[in-house]
Write a protein of this length. Structure first.
Length: 465
């Protein structure tokens, strides 16, 4: 695995100016069109629906996405459902066994249940072929995190379908990672102050966070945010179609990595959701166009919000750049809609901000051509070759004795790369430090084949000629 950082000497600094737009609406559906109701923090920009050319452009967009083998087959979708069903069965049996081991009477233990929730791309309905499933295990009060990382991980270890099993207990959000029947899973844990987790349990209720520790709150946050996003968009299907396109564009252009200082999946989802709020009756092609239009004009660090920030005073800090000094330093804040509201882009650096803004503006130029019938969607999904982009590169090579140690080691190094970027940015002669989000096999020449690495490149004024 390797990583490149671009260092460019410069004597001037340019910043892009933008116009921030926010949303809150009152909308209901009439004859397939959405009328005023309650989405966002400002009224929509327009309630206009699609014209025939918009529908044709959307059909072309969907066809282009299919050409990238983006969608799973029915069999692959069924496998995911089967894996989640098996996982739920393991969780319920484990909770019963642990309950009995903690001297809860068998007749009571038989009624004690937990819950398995999904979040991330899978919960939003926009996961791509081969993508992982972000999962949350919610347990009753007598089952703790130690049980999760000891007895539950042993339950998983005994399953013949499970491989690449590893626990990351000291992570900001502790997680068990594994591959179950070919599907990658990340499993988070949270316990609630309840004797059992009923089927009627409402994850959206802020009161469930009372008296929980920070790790449980962080674990719950992923599912709560995903559910809120879906509740805050006027049309879920249009939102999903638009988000699929933006995700593919972001991945093809190396902008899809929270760990490396770019935007992660939840951030792209919130940015798309905001556009859906502003144009509630638009179809996907129009929304993609508006996405690039709005964010090419956005005045960062004005925050992107899907709903007003609310603090019920349950003891958890919420994002507030006026009160919290740390929040004031965030460069491109995109605020999660579920309490406690946080900035999902705190890893963004000066360099990654510049790259994101630059690529959004380049994307707008491409989509302008597509909308005017002078280009094709495949142009949007064709990124610039990173290996041909710069003159000098720093390459990080990683090795480990076995696969499990490699997975842990590479994860640790990847989490630290943005610190390397931040240190390079402190050099007065460095204009930009650009990290490549792709990974390459160690026996492969990065400069001969651009198929797989994590890279960092260096570039000075002389290479501009």
């Amino acid at each position: 695995m390797s990583t490149l950082v671009t260092v460019r000497q410069t004597t001037t600094t340019t910043t892009s100016t933008t116009t921030a737009i926010n949303t809150n609406n009152n909308m209901t559906t009439t004859n397939g069109q959405i009328s005023m109701h309650s989405y966002g923090i400002t009224p929509p920009i327009t309630m206009k629906g699609p014209d025939p050319s918009d529908i044709i452009a959307t059909d072309d967009l969907e066809e282009s996405l299919r050409s990238y083998d983006y969608f799973e087959s029915d069999a692959e979708l069924a496998l995911r459902v089967d894996v989640m069903s098996k996982l739920d069965g393991l969780v319920q049996k484990w909770i019963r066994d642990v309950s009995i081991a903690k001297n809860i009477p068998i007749e009571t233990a038989d009624t004690v249940t937990g819950r398995v929730h999904t979040f991330g791309s899978y919960r939003l309905g926009v996961h791509s072929k081969g993508g992982d499933i972000d999962t949350l295990l919610i347990a009753p009060r007598h089952i703790d995190r130690t049980d999760f990382f000891t007895t539950f991980i042993e339950v998983l270890r005994r399953q013949p379908e499970v491989c690449d099993l590893r626990a990351i207990e000291d992570a900001f959000v502790p997680v068990i990672k594994l591959t179950f029947d070919g599907i990658e899973l990340d499993i988070l844990f949270a316990r609630l102050a309840l004797s059992t987790i009923p089927s009627t349990f409402d994850l959206k209720d802020d009161k469930i966070l009372l008296n929980l520790d920070q790790r449980c709150v962080r674990s719950l946050n992923g599912s709560r945010v995903a559910d809120e996003i879906l509740n805050l968009v006027p049309n879920r299907e249009t939102f999903k179609s638009t988000l699929r396109a933006i995700k593919l564009w972001a991945k093809k252009n190396g902008l899809y990595s929270n760990a490396l200082g770019f935007f992660g999946g939840v951030t792209w989802a919130m940015l798309v959701a905001r556009i859906c709020q502003l144009y509630p009756n638009a179809v996907a092609a129009t929304l993609v166009h508006k996405f690039f239009t709005v964010y090419s004009l956005w005045e960062w660090p004005t925050p992107v919000l899907l709903k007003p920030i609310n603090d019920p005073q349950y003891g958890f800090s919420v994002w507030d750049s006026k009160v919290n000094a740390f929040d004031r330093h965030h460069l491109m804040p995109v605020i999660t809609p579920a309490y406690p509201q946080q900035n999902s882009t705190h890893n963004v650096t000066r360099s990654t901000q510049k790259i994101i803004v630059q690529e959004i503006k380049r994307g707008l130029n491409i989509v302008n051509k597509i909308i005017s019938s002078k280009g094709e969607w495949k142009e949007l999904f064709t990124g610039i070759s990173f290996i041909e982009r710069y003159k000098h590169y720093i390459i990080l090579l990683l090795s480990a004795p076995d696969q499990n140690q490699y997975l842990e080691w590479s994860g640790l190094v990847e989490a630290k790369i943005r610190l390397l970027i931040a240190n390079l940015e402190k050099n007065m002669y460095i204009e930009i430090a650009h990290v490549n989000s792709d990974k390459y096999t160690p026996n492969e020449s990065v400069f001969q084949n651009q198929q797989q690495t994590n890279s960092a490149s260096t570039k000075d004024d002389s290479s501009n000629t």
